[in-house]
Ligand binder design. Structure first.
Ligand code: NI
Length: 136
């Protein structure tokens, strides 16, 4: 019997999507508003799903307090109120698209969660645009 436990968290961060080897015109064409030279912010919502067996003694898949601490330490502390391009080393060479942010978050949390549990990260960049990553 496997159950999925989920925790939602939030962070505000700035980014800019661009490739330095592309012309300004090409960056504008591909990345649109997210190419704005002076950065811009998003209110990111992250939902972390952990799937696994229910422990017969505790009745938990994972203690949600522990999961929320991991999200706080691995996501909220390093990303909240930061400029992802300039302040976060993970994005020094990686364009901070929602896709890449979700993968970075997954990799950070994967190290903290027991390997017998499945992990999925869903990241909302806007209320209507969101991505998900399960490690595939
Ligand atoms: Ni953007």
């Amino acid at each position: 019997m496997k159950v999925t436990v989920s925790r939602k968290a939030h962070f505000n961060a700035a980014h800019r999507l661009y490739r330095k080897e592309w012309t300004d015109e090409k960056n504008e064409l591909i990345f649109g508003k997210c190419n704005n030279a002076n950065f811009h912010g998003h209110n990111y919502e992250v939902i972390v799903h952990v799937t696994g067996a229910v422990d017969p003694e505790t009745g938990y898949v994972i203690d949600l307090k522990i999961l929320s601490d991991y999200i706080y330490e691995e996501v909220e502390v390093p990303f909240d109120h930061k400029n992802l391009n300039l302040d976060v080393a993970d994005f020094a060479e990686l364009i901070p698209t929602a896709e890449h942010i979700a993968v970075v978050i997954w990799n950070k949390l994967r190290k903290r969660i027991e390997m017998d549990k499945q992990l999925e990260v869903v990241l909302y960049e806007t209320p209507r645009n969101f991505v998900s990553y399960k490690g595939d």
